[in-house]
Design a protein around this ligand. Sequence first.
Ligand code: CP
Length: 314
Amino acid sequence: MAQTTTGRFDLLGLDGMSADELGSLLDEAEGFVGAVERGESSERLAGKIVANLFFEDSTRTRCSFTVAAVRLGAATLDLTGAGSSLSKGESMLDTALNVEAMGVDAMVVRSGRSGTPHLVARSVGCPVINAGDGRHEHPTQGLLDILTLRRRWGDVAGRTVVIVGDIANSRVARSNVHGLTTLGADVLLVGPPALVPHSFTQIAAGPGRVTVSHDLDDALPRADAVMMLRIQLERHDDGGSGAIPPDYRRQYGLTVDRAAGLEADVPVMHPGPMNRGVEIDSEVADDPARSVIMQQVTHGVAVRMAVLNRAIAG
Ligand code: CP
């Protein structure tokens, strides 16, 4: 959802966004890529304040929103779970309401609980951007992934993106499925049966399709791009005490040997954080001819500049 009934721009998920809405945001992000690459700033959002409320750990998303805000001339207010009054029992919603009362122009919210940004958005008057909520969605990650592919291909329609890993627990996979299929790409989800629910085939937004495979070697020849995901033990029902299966890398890792079998122009993606030597070998992650992982990070700043600009400046 991108637009509230009040006309305010919230970005809570890619689910429900039209191809035109996605295209418009991606076009705006495209316009910021050059500035990000050259390290240029502007005063578009001078005098504005962006509140980063990160109730769950983050490196890329939190830093990227901060860089995006600063590049647009805005100030940032950074609040994380550690060191805040959450430790005294204050709720996330009360935290957000207090920050709103201080007078901020947008809130960026990450939470381990699905739906927290939606709850905040219903309760505050400023725009709210979902920076990842539980297993649900990570819309700016989906947008930056799609921007990376669109810049490479011109158009994602008709392409097949193979996403490999812990799909069941991945908000990145969910946002990519919504966004890519809306724009006409097919998504092939790959991983162990317990981590790749067939229910994901039902969330294709069309015209793209979603299919499932449990055989990586069978899936890879169909890939126009390969996106590797880590196993998110912290979201497993045992609370993260479990271990990665010993033969996971052999069955589902993008090893040097597997990557060598891909067509030369197939990019390898990863949203981070990576578990090197598990879902992806270091030689593949660092291969300048194959890996677009750092491009994804750079494009993330451009996407967040577009989203903040849309939310605050309209
Ligand atoms: N891709 C991503 O969300 O990374 P962080 O958890 O470091 O923000």
